[in-house]
Design a binder for this molecule. Structure first.
Ligand SMILES: Cc1cc2nc3c(=O)[nH]c(=O)nc-3n(C[C@H](O)[C@H](O)[C@H](O)COP(=O)(O)O)c2cc1C
Length: 263
């Protein structure tokens, strides 16, 4: 079979799954995987977007009309903590648990089987009151609430140059105050869907990207999805093993420069 044929087949819906689901770990009674990774770094509670709402545009139609990929950012405009908190909550915040043993989480994005097989890393260059570096969103810290906690992981040796390398030389990304890197933890979906998981994960990922882009517009910011990235370098700099967790998407976010905003 050619690679193209294998990839086309991979994208096709396998439902009804019949007997193949019987071999899932879920069916075998294996406990569900944790909803997020354990934290090892300093936990930082971001300023609340509920107390000081940063949303400047809440007409859904306007959001759809305005959303465009933005690739020219005002490098001097910081993102506020409230903006970052809203952005993170809108893509992966945990609103509630469902199921026996709280096996499922419900979040602002849908996910096949409510598996939400992602982690969100934040390359912070310019956010008010946050040190430059790599952070991870820890939604399990604030289940059912709207507070947002991030975990500080590390500084990069040369933040701007390494970000450019991570996105295979798309140097305009450097000016963004924040670049989100979404990783996939495939077992979270395989636990339920076995070999059928991966197609669903890719569909889930699109929802994450769309919420991020619409939230950016609502916050008066611009964003661009990044499917072109250096897999090995991203995994290495984010501290991922490349097997049980690996990078699947990037999203740059920031204030569009006045020049392109009016173009
Ligand atoms: C999966 C995906 C990957 C993308 N990867 C990149 C990328 O690496 N670099 C880039 O400049 N734009 C990237 N884009 C943005 C597209 O080029 C953009 O969405 C398209 O040109 C349509 O423009 P619009 O978003 O303004 O409607 C990506 C978009 C998607 C959905």
């Amino acid at each position: 079979m050619t690679q193209i044929q294998a990839n086309r087949d991979f994208m096709k819906c396998p439902f009804p799954l019949g007997d193949s689901m019987k071999k899932s770990d879920q069916q075998a009674g294996v406990a569900h995987p944790p909803h997020g990774k354990p934290s090892v770094g300093n936990l930082i509670s971001l300023k609340s977007f509920e107390t000081n709402c940063p949303v400047t545009n809440d007409s859904y139609k306007d959001l759809l009309d305005i959303r465009r990929s933005v690739r020219v950012y005002d490098e001097n405009a910081p993102m506020t903590q409230e903006q970052l908190a809203f952005l993170l909550y809108s893509i992966q915040g945990i609103q509630s648990h469902r199921g026996s043993n709280s096996a499922f989480t419900l979040r602002p994005v849908p996910s096949g089987g409510a598996r939400h097989p992602f982690e969100v890393y934040i390359a912070v260059r310019n956010v008010d009151g946050l040190e430059k570096g790599i952070y991870r969103y820890v939604p399990t810290e604030n289940i059912g609430g709207k507070a947002v906690t991030v975990e500080f992981l590390k500084n990069l040796d040369n933040h701007e140059e390494q970000i450019a390398d991570m996105v295979v030389g798309q140097r305009w990304v450097i000016a963004a105050p924040v670049v989100l890197f979404i990783s996939c933890v495939p077992y979270k979906a395989e636990w339920r869907y076995v070999e059928h998981a991966h197609r669903i994960v890719l569909v889930d990922l699109g929802h994450v990207g769309q919420n991020a882009m619409l939230s950016a517009v609502a916050l008066g910011l611009g964003s661009c999805c990044l499917g072109a990235y250096n897999q090995q370098l991203c995994d290495q700099l984010l501290g991922l093993d490349g097997q049980d967790e690996y990078t699947v998407y990037g999203i740059s976010v920031g204030k569009e420069t006045e020049k392109t905003a009016s173009a």
